[in-house]
Ligand binder design. Structure first.
Ligand SMILES: *[C@@H]1O[C@H](CO)[C@@H](O)[C@H](O)[C@H]1NC(C)=O
Ligand SMILES: *[C@@H]1O[C@H](CO)[C@@H](O)[C@H](O)[C@H]1NC(C)=O
Ligand SMILES: *[C@@H]1O[C@H](CO)[C@@H](O)[C@H](O)[C@H]1NC(C)=O
Ligand SMILES: *[C@@H]1O[C@H](CO)[C@@H](O)[C@H](O)[C@H]1NC(C)=O
Ligand SMILES: *[C@@H]1O[C@H](CO)[C@@H](O)[C@H](O)[C@H]1NC(C)=O
Length: 840
């Protein structure tokens, strides 16, 4: 990654001769918040003059100064008063943890309007707390009913409360939270937490946590300065979407005294924000939950013991991966334009500019990046014929999923580069899936590193000579003229932008954006549909709605162990195709489990899983609504007329392994699939493998009162564990995966009864024989592509044999399997999979 370089002023940028695509980007950047704080907040020691009973009476006041005093709670744990803001002489009226060394701020009044030194906060009877600057201008006040306040108290919970004469609460800081919640501070419907700009700039930032009126707790970005809320990047899903079939919606977000955070539903059920919260004792630890300035909502704890050298440590965060879960169609995403979001250890994002790009504002690491060179159609045309203007930098597992304008497939990587090179609009090409090329233009948004991209590459086009513009060639008569014209318009637009009022600028920017969105209307629609279906909560449908959506359950897509699947169409922003699964009768009497399981399934989010969009739970009718995938099942793909390419098969095999790994280890409550087979793997538009039907086996087992006598699964794929009265663990999926991996390798079914070659009838046996005898050629039926990649072929066969070991303890975990497939770890020679049942 490049070092940040000095940034030319936006003005000079605009006035330079820049191509139109660049202008767009410059305008987009004018949209961004100006520079963030350079210097760190200086945490001056504060001489606190304790009024330690916590009671403040009308007339008391505090003055903002380096040595100013503060109002302490009775225990001295919380303080209310002024904190120095930064190196300038400004102060923040705030509440903080007074006993811990870094005096963490948990509430602030005037983040947007820092108070100059000499400002005063006073407790008045008529207007409660009033903050005025030295000239007497009011900067902030608590909004209380006039003439009601008698006293104030800083409580030991960290709440500053104003009371009237009868000790009724007239105002409390807990009811106007900023970015932090403390234990016993609950968020009612309509309540909002707002992030700061940065760790040290307390102006309103662009992330929000809201408990919506429908009971859903969401995290979303807003577009400053209008506060327009973009689609959520996290949603708890605690809603009821209609009143004929209510699921109990969230009533409030509770952060209880012991440090547990959950959404309390109307029926008093609790929806924990994170499964399995581990919380220390509240007598030894402080807790807080903060919406960080980078959009991650985190619960922290800090030891109360004065000499402990532990600082705040995080318990859990939502969302789990903000880089991947957010997809903002009308804003800048988590990181700025052209930036790339990666996840740090602590689940917080890190933004980086791609090579050849640098920060627009060097002090704002989370802001946008600009290219260090000028790229555009005019400039490209001015280059000498045949000259190589650009060079490439490749980043693996990197994508900007929303900025593409051309899709080319099937295509090779070389042709992808060539096409981007020859296209003066193209800034980056994404090459993935072995044969697909997306061309992207500036500004790039929602950039992220995502290991689920299966080694997909971002090919970044960088101008070789970035210091000087190409010298105009007199032979190209027209060009300089064109350039001149362009320059004039640019100067015009530039001066309007710089000279016009904020309002005019906004209108201009809006106009450009509107034009933009008009052109890409269809695309945006699609993105919005995707984003909302992917990130929003589960929708609760009525039976009637689904009957209409499927046209009376007309088009049957397939039949599975759990019910019949129909094709349908629902409205979710735009009209979206869905697959509606009508569960069969065995699900009918599991009243509570159904909802629980559905919510567990609804919380899974992985590229290799079929996404659940909603459900219907009306008496005898239980239906699940999934996204519709266009390319059918893996069974159809593998065993159809055309043999799919080896490369694609490899990607599918790795994709399924990743999906299973997620189900087993990475989602909030582990899920054993129990019925892995090619019929339960679907393929999306890009032939990504997506696991279907997960989470349902558990429901059925619950029904059968926890006996595992009934074998779940399909003949040929079922692990021997089921027959042996052994505990059913995730290893049963590993077995089925192994069988299926062999099918993917060989493009044939695991059992081939019609064959007259008896030794080949059972694929698992035959594969081991071939492996032992070194006759893999026969195993893959002399598939040239696979044999060209013999090393990998051998490796995959070995992995499969490890997976189908009869002894579950010998089978690797799915984590190990993915590591072996991805060549991260060595694959040892596997033993015979069935040492007991095979003679000889
Ligand atoms: C904090 O950020 C806001 C918005 O970007 C900016 O206007 C303000 O000047 C910054 N505050 C400080 C103290 O730098
Ligand atoms: C402080 O106020 C509370 C009521 O809010 C009262 O019970 C208590 O006696 C007061 N303490 C002092 C020392 O005035
Ligand atoms: C704070 O310092 C100023 C001058 O530096 C002084 O006038 C004032 O009395 C001090 N206030 C307190 C509470 O120490
Ligand atoms: C807080 O919530 C947790 C989890 O629901 C519960 O176990 C605990 O008893 C609650 N504590 C208090 C003080 O209510
Ligand atoms: C472009 O210029 C900057 C500074 O002028 C330099 O650091 C960078 O390496 C250059 N990039 C390329 C691709 O030459």
């Amino acid at each position: 990654m490049v070092e940040p370089t000095t940034v030319p002023l936006l003005a000079t940028r605009l006035l330079k001769s820049v191509p139109s695509s660049f202008l767009l980007m410059a305008i987009a950047m004018a949209f961004l918040p100006p520079s963030l704080l350079v210097s760190l907040l200086i945490l001056l020691p504060i001489s606190t003059v304790a009024q330690s009973n916590g009671n403040i009476t009308v007339g008391d006041s505090l003055t903002a100064a380096a040595n100013s005093s503060s109002w302490l709670s009775p225990s001295g744990e919380f303080a209310f008063g002024f904190r120095p803001h930064n190196d300038r002489d400004f102060f923040l009226l705030s509440i903080w943890f007074a006993k811990i060394p870094d005096k963490t701020i948990v509430w602030y009044a005037n983040g947007d309007k820092p108070a100059p030194g000499g400002s005063k906060v006073a407790l008045t009877a008529d207007r409660g707390l009033v903050l005025t600057d030295p000239r007497g201008q009011q900067l902030w006040s608590s909004q209380t009913i006039i003439g009601t306040v008698a006293s104030g108290v800083m409580t030991d919970a960290g709440n500053f409360v104003l009371e009237d004469r009868e000790f009724n609460k007239a105002w409390e800081s807990f009811n106007s939270p900023t970015d932090t919640l403390l234990p016993t501070q609950n968020l009612e419907r309509g309540g909002v937490l707002s992030s700061r700009q940065s760790e040290t700039n307390f102006s309103k930032g662009r992330f929000q946590l809201r408990l919506q009126q429908d009971g859903n707790l969401v995290l979303n970005t807003i577009n400053l300065p209008t506060d327009y809320a973009n689609a959520p990047y996290y949603a708890s899903g605690t809603t009821s979407s209609d009143d004929t079939n209510p699921s109990s919606p969230g009533r409030e977000l509770v952060f209880n005294e012991s440090g547990y955070m959950f959404i309390l539903r109307e029926n008093d059920q609790r929806f924990p924000l994170k499964q399995g919260q581990q919380v220390e004792s509240s007598s030894d630890f402080y807790f807080r939950a903060t919406l960080n300035f980078d959009g991650v909502f985190t619960q922290y704890s800090h030891p109360k013991a004065p000499n402990s050298n532990r600082s705040w440590s995080s318990h859990w965060s939502q969302p789990e991966n903000i880089c991947v879960s957010s997809l903002v169609e009308a804003g800048i995403g988590v990181c700025g334009y052209n930036s790339i979001c990666g996840l740090k250890e602590d689940q917080r994002p890190m933004c980086q500019c791609p090579p050849g790009y640098s920060l627009l504002d060097p002090d704002d690491r989370y802001g946008s990046c600009k290219p260090d060179f000028i790229q555009g159609c005019e400039e490209d045309r001015l280059g000498r014929p045949g000259e190589d203007l650009y060079t490439w930098v490749d980043l693996t597992n990197t994508d900007w999923p929303t900025s593409d304008y051309v899709l080319l497939t099937p295509y090779t990587e070389d042709r992808c580069r060539q096409s981007c090179l020859e296209d003066c609009m193209c800034a980056v090409a994404i090459f993935r899936l072995g044969d697909t090329c997306w061309k992207k233009k500036l500004p790039l948004s929602n950039g992220r590193v995502d290991s689920n991209l299966n080694g997909g590459k971002a090919l970044i086009k960088i101008r070789k000579n970035n210091s000087t513009l190409p010298v105009p060639d007199p032979r190209f008569d027209q060009a300089p003229e064109l350039k001149k014209k362009n320059q004039d318009t640019l100067i015009l637009i530039g001066s309007v932008l710089l000279g016009g009022s904020v309002f005019v600028n906004l209108i201009l920017i809006l106009a450009v954006c509107l034009g933009f969105s008009f052109i890409y209307h269809n695309k945006l629609q699609k993105i919005i549909a995707n984003a909302s279906s992917v990130q929003l909560n589960l929708r609760c449908f009525t039976y009637k709605e689904l009957e209409e959506a499927t046209d009376g359950f007309k088009e049957e897509l397939g039949k599975g162990a759990f019910g019949v699947v129909y094709k349908g169409k629902i409205q979710m922003g735009s009209s979206v195709h869905v697959a509606v699964k009508k569960l069969n009768n065995s699900f009918q009497d599991s009243e509570r489990e159904f909802r629980t399981e559905v919510s567990v399934i609804g919380q899974t989010y992985h590229k290799n899983l079929v996404r659940l969009l909603g459900f219907c739970d009306e008496g005898q009718q239980r239906l699940l609504v999934y996204e519709f995938l266009s390319n059918g099942t893996l069974a159809g793909f593998l065993f159809g007329d055309l043999k799919p390419s080896w490369k694609r098969r490899i990607e599918i095999a790795i994709g399924i392994a990743r999906g299973l790994l997620y189900l087993h280890e990475e989602c909030s409550s582990p899920i054993i699939h129990c019925d892995i087979k090619p019929q339960n793997i679907l393929l999306d538009d890009y032939y990504n493998a997506r696991i279907a039907d997960f989470g349902l086996a558990k429901l059925l087992m619950m029904n059968q009162s926890h006996t595992n006598t009934a074998i779940r699964g399909t003949k040929g794929y079922v692990a021997p564990d089921w027959f042996r009265n052994m505990p059913i663990t995730a290893k049963v999926d590993v077995y089925s995966y192994g069988v299926m991996l062999l099918e993917i390798i060989c493009c044939r079914k695991s059992v081939r009864m019609e064959s007259d070659l008896e030794d080949q009838a059972i694929l698992t046996d035959w594969a081991y024989d071939c492996y032992q005898e070194g006759t893999l050629d026969a195993l893959v039926e002399y598939d040239v592509e696979a044999l060209d990649d013999r090393k990998r072929l051998e490796k995959f066969v070995k992995v499969a044999i490890w997976c189908i070991q009869e002894d579950p303890s010998l089978r690797p975990t799915m984590r190990k399997v993915t590591q072996m497939l991805e060549e991260i770890v060595e694959v040892l020679a596997p033993p015979c999979p069935s040492p007991f049942s095979k003679p000889g």
